[in-house]
Design a protein around this ligand. Sequence first.
Ligand SMILES: O=C(O)CCC(=O)C(=O)O
Ligand SMILES: [Fe+2]
Length: 316
Amino acid sequence: MHDLRPFRLWNPYLVAEMMNKSNWKPIGSELSAILDAEPNPIAALAAGTIPAVVFRQAFPANECSELVQFLVDEELIFDSTKSLVAAGALDAGVTDKWTGLEINPVGTPRRRIDIGTSLGNLGGDQEHFLNDSAETHQLFGRLFENRPNPVRLIYDRLQEIAPGKKVVTAYEPDGRQYGPAIFRVHYGGYAYGPHFDSVHNREQRTDYSVYKYKSQLAGVLCVQNSTLNGVAAQGIIHRQFWNEEVDPWMKSGRFAQYAAEHDVESVQVDLEPGDLYFFNTGLIHEVPGVPGELPRIVLATFIGYSDDEDEVMVWS
Ligand SMILES: O=C(O)CCC(=O)C(=O)O
Ligand SMILES: [Fe+2]
């Protein structure tokens, strides 16, 4: 075997991928093939035995581009052919859960716009979070009253891969619902470094009903991609659940080194606008930024799942 170290310095994930001799691959791309491969897909995602479930063209690409234009017309996002600079901050005062910095300070190029309610960002104040969630339900109700509803689509596909379970929007015991889904609009090559998402293990939101779930998954619809010189921003999922051992490597920004040294498998899930993927957010994952002309736009959800819970709860 050749010494691979120089390549590791260049791209450790590629090396891990070259060494990936297992069958740890996404399943898709339509329901019959998914169920043939895995009769209980959501349980397989929770166990980590498959990295992702992909529905191709779940929301057709032409409807995605019509949706983007609609969101521009509604002044919820900027027409990126005109200006990337914030005139006023839509999300003034909201801090980014990764960097701790304000998301869109006035006068700086926008990096990310969220349309919807984020438990990660607002969950520290439950009253505020639930009020904001109610506003998001109203907004989405108005936006999708007379047009194809991509939120519904995510829930419907999720129900299909969750046999015997009931998919619902997450709620508190008093019936108040969380935000149903969130549009994330990433400008200027916005990147998610290697991370995991867990209301249980990371944010420790003990005062929320979704805390009870053993697994957290995500359902993400690609609405628009950011492409530069033929390279598009795509998610990478590592076959490594977050744990105490890997935690210091992540905190010091050296997960790539850990992955290379431990031969952690990884897959890149290539999505076109209209494709929907589900994965386990307890696995370390990332989306390297690509500073294309258009922002990357996704409609994102988190999902709570336990083998012994009848309900599968969805939130953002
Ligand atoms: O945009 C994606 O594909 C995944 C983003 C992500 O990891 C997150 O929102 O936590
Ligand atoms: Fe994530």
